[in-house]
Design a protein around this ligand. Structure first.
Ligand SMILES: [Zn+2]
Length: 193
């Protein structure tokens, strides 16, 4: 079975965050190095776009987390935790939900891996060649040819890399898929698009 059918089956074909039943697709929870059920959840377009673009958050939409924080699936817990961290900057109620959540240590570590909930000066900031801040989920283009480590493949200058994820330990590294290969990119050799 494919990941999508597995997700549809476990969720009853509903968004695992807000229970919407339309525009559903796989959301891979960053930082993603391998695809698969263990790093995926089924989410509607509204949830996916607000997860990826913090600027477009509608706090009321995320009242759905009242229910989804109790999910038995780690990926749902991780995303719920991250969204609550983001929401608590402007709202009071997310703190109550965070207090009720219990995450195993390994799951909490994963939840923290994208830096959500850290204050600005604790955060490692990734910038592209022009100094533009890069976020998880952004798309970039390569500004020079790139040898793909461990293969003979070369990604040409101008190649677009979509849905990057940031290396939380190092501000110079991001990850993204070049063709089918997940690879590490250096921030000074990419430009945000
Ligand atoms: Zn949703």
């Amino acid at each position: 079975m494919s990941v999508l059918t597995d997700l549809q089956e476990r969720s009853g074909t509903a968004c695992e965050l807000c229970a919407a039943t339309t525009d559903l697709d796989i959301y891979e929870v960053p930082p993603v190095s391998i695809s698969g059920l263990d790093v995926s959840l089924l989410a509607c377009n509204t949830c996916r776009s607000q997860i990826e673009k913090a600027a477009e958050m509608d706090p009321n939409h995320w009242r759905c987390l009242n229910d989804s924080i109790w999910s038995e699936y780690d990926t749902v817990n991780v995303v719920a935790w991250r969204m609550l961290q983001r929401l608590k900057k402007t709202e009071g109620w997310p703190n109550d939900l965070l207090d009720m959540m219990y995450l195993e240590d390994t799951v909490l570590e994963w939840a923290k891996a994208t830096g959500e909930g850290l204050s600005e000066n604790e955060k490692i900031i990734h910038r592209d060649v022009n100094g533009v801040i890069l976020e998880n989920g952004d798309s970039v283009v390569l500004i020079k040819d790139l040898k793909i480590r461990g293969s003979s493949q070369v990604a040409k200058q101008g190649t677009a890399v979509r849905r990057i994820s940031l290396d939380r330990e190092n501000a110079e590294y991001i990850e993204g898929k070049v063709g089918p290969t997940q690879t590490v990119l250096i921030t000074k050799y990419v430009k945000k698009i």
